[in-house]
Design a protein around this ligand. Structure first.
Ligand SMILES: [Fe+2]
Ligand SMILES: [Fe+2]
Length: 258
């Protein structure tokens, strides 16, 4: 099967691109299952119930989140009511939502786990232990893991930790795509960062002038506003053998026209 993972969808330009084009992208690349990181899908970060629902209706099968999960008020309702959105597993269990799920497609059960890194991030439980515990409970043929982390080292370490135990591990959060897509020795597809689906002529999707002032005037307060301009779609396709759960091919995607 072919699994598409989409990097952080950023604000209205990013989500409009996905709403408009995902059906065509799925057709063109013969995608069977699609996972997207939606932690910045709302204009002020986070996600809303309506956005999560629309992403699903337009072809995203599972939405993962990150450190901005609760940035928008609508996230709690989405996490409690919609069965296709998850938040990092290693957040406190009392918080809304779940950290992994399994989707039964009939011929194959696809699991997705969402983890948060701990290097230069807010405190969270150990993502390695959390992943191990989830794997012991999950009944799935194919499993993908979104490790939402600041440090590439932590994401690569997670890839090796889960090599041979899951079909694929991909990083999100830094919004810059890495060119290290590969198959690890145990058959796990890997990319350290999918990148972002948003406006490239920006700083991580935010208006570049605002971020320049922010860095040049330490301590001053700024309202980060979404950038406008050409959107680039960033993601990765994993070709998986459903009888073994191993990945046999990885293809990185970056384009603005489809
Ligand atoms: Fe993030
Ligand atoms: Fe992000």
């Amino acid at each position: 099967m072919r699994v598409l993972a989409i990097g952080d969808i950023v604000a209205e330009p990013g989500r409009e691109f996905v709403y408009r084009n995902l059906n065509r992208i799925r057709d063109q690349y013969k995608i069977d299952f699609c996972i997207a990181n939606g932690e910045n899908a709302a204009d002020s970060n986070g996600i809303t119930y309506e956005i999560a629902k629309t992403l699903y209706e337009r072809g995203v099968d599972v939405i993962t989140m990150g450190n901005h999960t609760f940035a928008n008020k609508g996230a709690e309702r989405a996490l409690e009511e919609l069965p296709y959105i998850i938040r990092p597993l290693n957040l406190p269990p009392e918080m809304e939502g779940v950290g992994y799920l399994v989707t039964d497609l009939g011929n194959v059960k696809v699991g997705v786990i969402n983890l948060l890194g701990r290097v230069n991030m807010n405190p969270a439980d150990c993502p390695f232990r959390a992943a191990e515990k989830a794997l012991s409970k999950m009944d799935a043929d194919v499993i993908f893991v979104d490790i939402h982390a600041e440090a590439t080292s932590e994401r690569i370490a997670m890839g090796h930790f889960l090599d041979g135990k899951v079909s694929g591990v991909f990083g999100t959060h830094t919004h810059v795509q890495t060119a290290d897509e590969r198959i690890l020795p145990g058959g796990t597809g890997f990319i350290a960062d999918l990148g972002m689906t948003g406006v490239e002529d920006s700083v991580l999707g935010v208006k570049k002038d605002i971020i320049l002032s922010f860095f040049q005037n330490p301590g001053k307060r700024y309202r980060f506003e979404k950038a406008e301009g050409e959107v680039f779609f960033h993601g990765c396709i994993f070709e998986v053998d459903i009888t073994t759960g191993k990945t046999t091919g990885v293809e990185r995607l970056r384009f603005s026209k489809i």
